[in-house]
Design a protein around this ligand. Structure first.
Ligand code: PEP
Ligand code: MG
Length: 886
């Protein structure tokens, strides 16, 4: 038979699925012999059964009665007995902590008949009436559905009439009157009387807590925290103890270590003459636990000993709720406590030192997101007011600077030594110089994989994108916030890329010690040492290699300092900007072979120089260079701007600039409705004569140059957006031809592996055939996600992702964390079929997912050889690859 109720003495911490976190830990503390008020837990299974059918599961009521009787016998008192009532608390407790999201009812068992008994045994009329009114208030709203505001109004009116500043100043007679008012409110609102049967109160309270699992607050919280909806909550029923019985009573919270810094030693707050709810609600100011040591040294010592017992038992930081009832300490709750990223690293390292956990356990307790947080410089937001606007936190960190509205102005001001924030509706490759110059990028459109976001993340630059509350007027050089505040160019703002917020003025910054360590190896404090240990453990256990996405020698060098084992993606399009735009234009506009060849010949030495620098920075490590990918018109001026220039010249009776006319003609010819699905990737190589040959020659000549300089260049050539093996075969022949040519000319044998990106579903589904032509695969999960879902990576996040997240269509953006069921399935198919065709096929990933903790675990499981991510995510990926291998 199914069992729905467990006494605290029958459970344990490994039963959290059934007993909820609170119930399981109360059982554990009971078994450890700590002073826990006795009680029992009704299981999550009972909750699920109740929510599914709307009826109490069969047998549950009898079990509750049986456990209640045992409790009464042990206590020598009965629930609600008039002369000395046993009172109960009824609390929610789910598998995962959902603080304050579900219901609690205290003082169950009090009735008209037992208030005088409680007054007598407690020695306080006031306490008895106050407890009764609290029960009516909680039960009335939680169980009987009365609007809580009606109770609040009644007590506020009473306080006004008595000129009482707070509840504590209401006397016994006042509270007795309030009890009558509350009963009337309940009757008027529900047509029913407050139940005078203690057993009925208990039954109804348990069911109300069950129901609160589906309350609006709880559902919203679960969605945000990615907690499944079908777990249900357990209900703990426990003898009440009272912290509000006088000066020798009180309630508090304690941590076995400081949860902010991880420093050892008991830490927490205490409030004398108060119940636990009063501490949480902040009604009066709590004092540090040191004060308890002075007030009640015996209870303090006991608490400290129990804290130590718990920490050694759980082998982790625990938080504790406790109550002191007339000098007796009671433990009401414990759990492994939440902590900051700093504390997580510090505690994990410290517990290894103390011999409580192994280095592997220590590694399992820290995470990549925490490490990323430690790497960012921070705002000290303790004194900031309301943000100017919110957006998508696309690339974390904190930046302060003057707002500017175009790339040129950003470059100009930065050149003069000013910190600037580049504000655009959205960015294009054209904005790159400005992005490089700026401290942060702020856009009013675009999602987490928009250009601004991807590029900013790649550079470790702060970025908030999709701040739709902002209306950006580039022409007038200002933006306007939702409330009408106008921010002109040159105004200082602070951009918090971790929170996705923009503040007026300069919020002060705090530098990060972890970052200094990664850059220089300098271990300045305990937390940095803890980070160093975690990373070194991860490196020794991980199977996945970690590479970086980098396209400048500086980024490559930084990635290497951060521990990158090569470059997994060098995007060559970033080398076609700035000064070189003119040459690219010439190549695109060329009407004759010789004109095109001239432009390509001029680009060649520049490209060679780029590659030489990167190969030098990554000497001895693989560098995967991707042939040109984006649609060519991205390198040409905007069509509308050109059309306006030509039209205004004509309207003014002038002859338009012939270059403009030529450009407009080309841009119009090349215009595509869906450029990301158009002439790009390998398709460019197949239709633009000379382009592939120029790029491959630049790579091969750079290799020759490095070899002659005594280096060990390891260039790999990667073809983007392949959908059919034929495309790769044609392109590869061209690549091999040029490599052979350069080898012959130079006398240096240039061997570069040739591989492909797998970023179209068709490529994944025909991976076995494609592997026949590819020496390596690299999953381009940005495009693969876009094309698998049919989502435009540039538009959809701002358009409807928040609605999709709210409705639970997905738990996180599939552009951020790999969609295991869909995109992940394609990855697995491609790995399996690719390796079947070519057992030594090297396989990696270079989409944004390569630096996402959850996705790294997936790629480990899928059998990839490496992940590649932006330089700043390299330490994160190293750590997570290590954790994945545990
Ligand atoms: C990808 O599509 O995942 C990828 C790495 O290429 P890009 O983002 O440059 O399209
Ligand atoms: Mg791509």
């Amino acid at each position: 038979m199914v069992r729905y109720v467990y006494d605290f003495a029958d459970g344990g911490r490994d039963m959290a699925d059934l007993l909820g976190g609170k119930g399981a830990n109360l059982a554990e503390m009971t078994r450890l012999g700590l002073p826990v008020p006795p009680g029992f837990t009704v299981t999550t299974e009972a909750c699920r059964a109740f929510l599914a059918t709307g009826a109490e599961p069969q047998g549950m009521a009898e079990e509750v009665t049986r456990h209640l009787t045992a409790l009464e016998t042990a206590a020598g008192r009965e629930l609600g007995r008039p002369d000395d009532p046993l009172l109960l608390s009824v609390r929610s407790g789910a598998r995962f902590s959902m603080p304050g999201m579900m219901e609690t009812v205290l003082d169950i068992g009090l009735t008209d008949a037992s208030v005088p008994g409680l007054a007598k045994v407690s020695g306080s009329e006031r306490f008895a009436w106050d407890s009764y009114r609290r029960l009516l208030q909680m039960f009335g709203s939680t169980v009987m559905g009365v609007d809580a505001a009606l109770f609040e109004e009644a007590i506020t009116r009473l306080k006004e009439a008595r000129e009482a500043p707070d509840d504590v100043h209401l006397e016994a007679a006042d509270l007795q009157g309030l009890v009558e008012t509350y009963k009337r409110v309940i009757r008027d609102e529900t047509g029913q009387d407050f139940p005078q049967s203690p057993a009925e109160q208990l039954r109804l309270a348990i069911l109300a807590v069950f129901r609160s699992w589906n309350g609006e607050r709880a559902r919203l919280y679960r969605r945000r925290e990615h907690i499944p909806d079908d777990l249900g909550t357990a209900v703990t029923v426990q003898r009440m103890v009272f912290g509000n019985l006088g000066a020798d009573s009180g309630s508090g919270v304690a941590f076995t270590r400081d949860p902010a810094t991880g420093r050892p030693g008991l830490y927490g707050d205490y409030l004398a003459n108060a119940q636990g709810e009063d501490v949480v609600a902040g009604i009066r100011n709590a004092v540090p636990l040191a004060e308890l040591e002075r007030l009640d040294p015996r209870s303090y010592r006991r608490l400290r000993d129990h804290a130590q017992t718990l920490e050694r038992h759980y082998r982790d930081l625990c938080d504790i709720e406790f109550t002191i009832e007339r000098g007796t300490l009671w433990m009401l709750q414990t759990r492994v406590g939440k902590r900051t990223a700093e504390a997580a690293f510090a505690i994990a390292a410290e517990l290894v030192e103390e011999g409580l956990i192994t280095p592997d356990e220590s590694l399992a307790r820290v995470g990549g997101e925490g490490l990323a947080r430690l790497m960012f410089p921070r705002f000290d937001t303790s004194a900031t007011g309301e943000p100017l606007a919110h957006g998508i936190p696309a690339s974390p960190g904190a930046a302060v600077g003057a707002v500017v509205f175009d790339s040129a102005e950003a470059v100009r001001r930065a050149g003069a030594g000013e910190d600037v924030i580049l504000v655009r509706q959205e960015t294009t490759p054209d904005d790159l110089p400005g992005m490089v110059a700026a401290q942060a990028v702020l856009t009013s459109r675009g999602g987490k994989t928009s250009h601004a976001a991807v590029v900013a993340r790649g550079m470790g630059k702060v970025c908030v994108c999709g701040a739709e509350e902002l209306s950006v007027d580039t022409g007038a050089r200002r933006f306007t916030t939702r409330d009408g505040t106008v921010v002109e160019e040159g105004t200082t703002v602070s951009v918090d890329g971790s929170a996705g917020a923009v503040y007026p003025g300069a919020v002060p910054l705090v530098a990060s010690a972890a970052m200094r360590y990664l850059e220089t190896g300098e271990q300045t404090d305990g937390i940095v040492t803890a980070v160093a240990r975690a990373l070194s453990r991860a490196d020794s256990v991980r199977r996945l290699e970690v590479r970086a996405n980098a396209d400048t020698p500086e980024d490559a060098a930084r990635a290497r300092r951060f521990g990158a084992q090569g470059i997994g993606l060098c995007r060559t399009e970033h080398m076609f900007l700035g000064e070189r735009r003119r040459l690219v234009e010439e190549m695109i506009l060329a009407r004759t072979d010789s004109a095109r060849d001239r432009a390509l010949a001029a680009l060649l030495p520049l490209q060679r120089q780029d590659f030489t620098g990167i190969l030098a920075a990554m000497d001895g490590l693989p560098v995967t260079i991707r042939l040109l990918d984006p649609p060519l018109h991205e390198f040409l001026p905007d069509r509308t701007e050109l059309a306006v220039r030509v039209a205004s010249a004509e309207a003014a009776g002038r002859r338009p600039d012939p270059h403009d006319v030529e450009l407009l003609d080309a841009v119009s010819r090349m215009h595509e409705e869906n450029p990301m699905l158009g002439l790009r990737g390998v398709r460019l190589g197949l239709v633009v004569p000379g382009l592939v040959a120029m790029q491959v020659r630049a790579i091969a000549e750079a290799v020759v140059e490095r070899v002659r300089a005594g280096g060990s260049p390891e260039a790999e050539i990667m073809v983007p957006l392949v959908g059919a093996v034929e495309e790769l075969r044609i392109e590869r022949e061209e690549v091999e031809r040029v490599l052979a040519e350069v080898s012959k000319e130079s006398g240096v044998a240039v061997h570069c592996p040739v591989g492909t990106m797998i970023e179209l579903p068709r490529a994944a589904l025909t991976a076995g055939r494609i592997a026949g032509e590819a020496q390596f695969f690299s999953f381009g999960t940005n495009d693969l996600t876009q094309t698998t879902w049919g989502f435009s990576r540039d538009d959809v996040e701002a358009a409807f992702f928040s609605a999709y997240l709210d409705k639970g269509v997905f738990a996180t953006s599939p552009f951020e964390t790999i969609d295991r069921d869909g995109v992940g399935r394609l990855v697995r198919i491609a790995v399996e079929e690719g390796r079947a065709a070519r057992p030594d096929l090297k396989i990696g990933v270079c989409g944004e997912h390569g630096g996402d903790p959850d996705s790294v675990h997936f790629f480990h499981g899928a059998g990839l050889d490496y992940v590649s991510c932006s330089p700043f995510r390299v330490p994160v990926a190293r750590l997570e690859a290590g954790r994945a291998a545990l």
